[in-house]
Design a protein around this ligand. Structure first.
Ligand code: SF4
Length: 211
């Protein structure tokens, strides 16, 4: 089985196993809210981010609200997440840039999104895929990195190189899905500490099943 065929089987089985699972565990009602939640989620669990954004999104309703406050005040509102001061500053500056450079609308291209502070390819891919249904790349987080190595789809450790290995063997229409499904599978069945090989729907096609 070549890598394209392997990815096709992985997608088919994980889609079946996780049918109905939302494309992201982060809660949002607009592209900007997803951008905010994704910036906050670096090195932080989605559960904590959702707790923080529940109140944050009540307080700040529009992009203009985020731009009108100060990074210091915003930092207090997101104080329970890691690196909250930097994240607050990035959210504040992003809001101002989106108003000034992008007519108050979250941009829909990789180049424009990654021009915002605190937004690298992973964040941009999540926003493009989950907010706009645009497949411009594959979001590689810690689960995608681990699973794609375990499954033998890459030997790389750098997320950008992993993304480059995954894109040619994955149909473009599935770029958002593969990231989302590997994340769910990593959380539920194949966590770093104790992979549940026996319960895994990918057991027979996984070169790491005996690790
Ligand atoms: S067989 Fe084991 S190592 Fe491979 S994906 Fe499944 S749980 Fe992870």
């Amino acid at each position: 089985m070549d890598k394209k065929q392997q990815v096709s089987v992985i997608l088919e089985r994980l889609k079946k196993a996780y049918a109905g699972t939302p494309s992201t565990a982060l809660r949002f009602t607009s592209p900007f809210e997803l951008l905010v939640a994704t910036i906050l989620s670096a090195q932080t669990t989605d559960v904590l981010v959702n707790k923080v954004t529940e109140k944050l999104f009540e307080k700040y309703r529009t992009i203009q609200d985020y731009a009108a406050t100060t990074p210091e005040k915003l930092a207090i509102d997101v104080g329970s997440v890691n690196f909250y001061k930097t994240k607050a500053k990035n959210i504040h500056t992003s809001a101002k840039m989106i108003i000034e450079k992008f007519h108050s609308a979250v941009p829909k291209t990789m180049a424009e999104l990654t021009s915002l502070p605190g937004v690298a390819r992973k964040t941009a891919n999540i926003v493009l895929s989950s907010a706009f249904d645009i497949n411009d790349g594959i979001a590689v987080d810690t689960h995608v990195k681990r699973l794609s190595n375990l499954l033998g789809l890459t030997k790389q450790g750098d997320p950008v190189k992993i993304e480059q290995d995954l894109m040619p063997v994955t149909p473009r229409t599935e770029w958002g899905n593969i990231s989302h499904l590997l994340i769910v599978h990593g959380r539920k069945v194949c966590p770093a500490r104790k992979p549940k090989h026996d319960a895994c729907v990918l057991f027979d096609i996984c070169p790491s099943r005996n690790i």
